[in-house]
Design a binder for this molecule. Structure first.
Ligand code: NOJ
Length: 815
């Protein structure tokens, strides 16, 4: 069953049935002002933080699933019938009410058609602004004049802090007021507070800071308002039948000791064929700010709207499309194209910007950047915006502790050089995190090398960056210290300890239990470090890296390889996790893929490990994290037993590792299998089976249910997942074969043998590569030669010396 389609030309996903199997969302805004909106206009907004800057209230996990949101009601005053500009919340019968939602890059447009009245609401956050606009157009397509009322509404939180607002009612209900100011409702929180009365460090997540928000309208005159929720909705009612809309009259009530609200009523008449327009604006700021923002959208003449909103919208689209246009591909698979060109790319930016902070599942309380997640997320955008990637990479290096480990949580207001570490109780107190993860800083290696090779900025390796707690070092030495962190924490086989977690949040191996995932990561880190050391001519460091690489290689063969698979690790009392003889969890995905990615497993061993995955873990919706699930036996260190079997880390199809699987298959040259895996998990490929996957068909989710559940194939936790970056890397670097090098670029695709040709337009260091790949021999991997601007090159490497501003590149694959 499908609920929509990809509009490739406009880079939009179009939902033409509003009763989607779950709310299908989009992200608007920036790190200064974020907004989540569903295809039914539900969702919430926040300034800087979903935890402590919350503006719109949202009821997580409520029975109506995703209410409230940014609702606009329309009432026909001739008979009192009313509906909403989005299907929810009034929910008119779908045989009479038509709706279309277009999710685009940082905007969402929802149209409705009912009783010959057409409406369009365009929601977006203008670039560099900390407010959102809802441009609303309403047109009479009937043959008679219409006398209508339009109501824009928003349910404010009473307090900026999500948790306070939701549960601390004896406080939050008594600190907020609303005022009507002609063209807007002003909400004031802690009106009598001041700097002096604010708590400890003066943040708005402490109680006492005064703050204001506004909800206003430009282009039309407000006829009435409601600043109090119950005045608008009425008691014992809901968003589907608000009293004010039903009776046709807001009651002009302001809030005092109750729930603050913004409802503005605009009465209009529309002649046949006539259209009117208004712009609702929601943001943070006092009356002065509100007035100046709203005035910007008022046209010169009364009741007109200037074209400010159209200009801002075009700027926004241009900004995003320019970013995405740094890589556009046209392969025989439009589902793959849609992901690479638009949706996976956009999701990578959203995870990059918002980490795991705010979605319909994450309520924002993780108020900072997880180390591993963030360093991984950077990889997803390097090929599209290396400058932005560099800033965040710098930040994350400055959040590395001087002992080499990563800070588990990097606060949004991180101050390098002054941060307490997990070794100190203050850190645990302020973040709730008291232990190091074994893998955190090891993610820096693939990210740093990818950044340097994409940007060409080799000098980054010598940039001096502070540590989180004390001291500073070059990037090179930050990396060496990251390796040292793991060398200093090892178990009895000489493999790195798993500490509080390795990549897997549910594996608590402690200071003596060993993680094979981290062991392979460490191996990979040493490979990359050695490459840097060689390039810098530091032979002692090369020797040091080699010694550890050799040692690890021997240990892998000796302790970790079992016939056709690698084990997952060792507990501190000697139990082997992921051993073939175990009753549960006797084959794991990540050690197989990472043995290949790291380069530790070579030749036949690499292929054998991947074959085991294919034979024992693959399903039609992707490969399981391990099998069989923990149920009867479990292990004390394996917290995933708490999840139902087949779910998430307990033998679910965890999405992020699928990217590593695809990448690993491309490394060994299995284009067909890499593509098969990609297709299994490609959201776009599930567009016609939305009733099974349930999540948005344009974004990856965190996990899909495995074969042991009642709903094999159903995906969960939309948008904010490391899957975005790992799958993107596997596509760009692996399948499409775009592999920047220090002084050039390799073009080495690994594709399904059925693809005869495809094209790619890639901006590389400011220069355009218009690439055509031909595969007449039907191979999966292998480049015979390249022709660039008429010059033939053997193999798959193009040196920067051969790259002009614009380039025609032909890549000929074959044996
Ligand atoms: C989700 C977390 O955000 C991520 O850091 C972790 O690696 C995965 N869960 C797997 O446990």
């Amino acid at each position: 069953m499908n609920y929509g389609y990809f509009d490739e030309l406009s880079k939009e996903y179009v939902i033409n049935r509003p009763d989607t199997p779950s709310p299908w969302c989009n992200y608007l805004g920036s790190v200064d002002y974020g907004a989540i909106i569903s295809n039914n206009a539900t969702g919430y907004s926040f300034v800087k933080s979903g935890a402590s800057g919350r503006i719109i209230r949202f009821r997580f996990n409520s029975a109506s699933n995703d209410q409230p949101g940014r609702y606009i009601y329309i009432r026909d005053n001739s008979d009192g019938d009313f509906w909403s500009g989005s299907w929810q919340p009034v929910c008119k019968p779908l045989d009479k009410y038509k709706s279309e939602c277009r999710h685009g890059t940082a905007y969402t447009q929802i149209s409705s058609s009912y009783r010959s009245i057409d409406t369009t609401a365009l929601y977006f956050v203008p670039l560099d602004k900390n407010y959102e606009v809802w441009q609303f157009k309403i047109k009479n397509n009937g043959s008679e004049q219409k006398n209508l009322s339009v109501y824009g509404m928003v349910e404010f939180t009473n307090h900026d802090h999500y948790e306070n607002d939701t549960v601390n009612l004896q406080y939050s209900q008594f600190i907020s007021k609303t005022y009507f100011k002609g063209d807007h409702i002003l909400q004031v929180i802690n009106e009598n507070g001041s700097e002096a009365s604010s708590d400890v460090d003066g943040h708005c997540d402490t109680m006492g800071d005064p703050s204001c928000r506004f909800f206003g309208v430009a282009g039309q005159t407000v006829s009435a308002f409601d600043g109090e929720r119950e005045a608008f909705l009425g008691y014992y009612r809901n968003y589907g039948n608000p009293l004010a809309v039903e009776t046709g009259k807001c009651s002009n009530t302001a809030a005092y000791n109750c729930n603050s609200f913004g409802a503005l009523q605009i009465d209009i008449t529309l002649a046949p064929g006539e259209e009117k327009e208004m712009v609702f604006i929601l943001g943070a700021g006092n009356e002065e700010i509100a007035k100046s923002v709203i005035n910007k959208y008022n046209g010169e003449a009364a009741n007109t709207i200037s074209n400010v909103v159209n200009t801002q919208f075009e700027e926004l689209k241009k900004f995003w499309h320019a970013r995405l246009n740094n890589l556009q591909v046209n392969t025989p698979d439009s589902n793959l194209n849609n992901m690479v060109n638009v949706w996976n790319a956009y999701q990578c930016f959203i995870t990059f910007l918002w980490s795991r902070a705010a979605s319909f599942q994450y309520c924002g309380l993780r108020n900072g950047l997880g180390y591993r997640d963030t360093v991984q997320d950077i990889q997803g955008i390097i090929h599209l915006d290396d400058k932005l990637a560099r800033e965040r990479l710098w930040l994350m290096l400055s959040a590395q502790v001087s002992n080499g480990g990563g800070l588990p949580l990097v606060k949004f207001d991180h101050k390098a050089g002054h941060v307490k570490t997990p070794d100190e109780s203050e850190y645990a107190k302020s973040t709730g995190q008291s232990y190091y993860r074994a893998d955190d800083a090891l993610w820096l290696f693939p990210t740093v090398i990818t950044y340097i090779k994409e940007s060409g900025e080799w000098s980054f390796i010598d940039e001096v960056i502070p540590y989180a707690d004390k001291g500073e070092a070059t990037v090179y030495n930050h990396l060496r210290q990251a390796i040292q962190f793991n060398l200093d924490r090892q178990g009895s086989h000489g493999f790195p300890a798993g500490l509080f977690a390795d990549w897997n949040d549910c594996l608590r191996l402690g200071t003596k239990g060993e993680s094979m995932f981290v062991a392979f990561q460490l191996y990979y880190a040493l490979v990359i470090f050695k490459e840097f050391a060689q390039k810098k001519g530091l032979s002692d460091d090369v020797k040091w890296a080699d010694e550890h690489l050799d040692r690890l290689s021997t240990q892998f063969d000796q302790y970790a390889w079992q016939e056709d698979q690698y084990v997952r690790g060792f507990t501190e009392d000697g139990y082997t996790i992921g051993a073939k003889e175990n009753a549960e969890a006797n084959i794991w995905l990540n050690p197989q893929t990472w043995s290949v990615i790291s380069g530790a497993a070579k030749g036949e061993k690499a292929k054998t490990a991947l074959n085991s995955v294919y034979n024992k873990l693959n399903t039609k919706y992707g490969a399981r994290l391990f099998y069989p699930p923990f149920k009867k036996y479990g292990m004390p260190v394996a917290r995933m037993v708490l999840f139902n079997e087949g779910t998430k880390e307990n033998a679910g199809i965890f999405s992020q590792p699928q990217g590593w699987l695809i990448l690993a298959e491309t490394i060994v040259g299995n284009g067909n299998r890499a593509y098969e895996y990609f297709t299994e998990i490609n959201p776009a490929a599930m567009n016609n089976h939305a009733e099974i996957r349930k999540l948005e068909p344009y974004v990856h989710g965190q996990a899909t249910e495995g074969i042991d559940t009642l709903n094999h194939g159903r995906s969960h936790v939309h948008w904010l997942t490391g899957t975005a970056s790992t799958v993107m890397v596997s596509l760009v670097n692996g399948i499409l074969g775009l592999q920047p090098q220090y002084d050039g670029i390799k073009l080495d695709p690994c594709i399904p043998s059925a693809w005869k040709e495809f094209t790619m337009n890639k901006v590389f260091r400011g220069k355009m590569l218009n690439i055509k790949v031909e595969n007449n021999e039907g191979v999966e991997k292998g480049v015979k030669y390249i022709v660039i601007n008429g010059k033939k090159l053997d193999g798959c490497y193009i040196s920067c010396d051969d790259i002009a501003d614009t380039n025609d590149v032909l890549v000929v694959m074959g044996k």
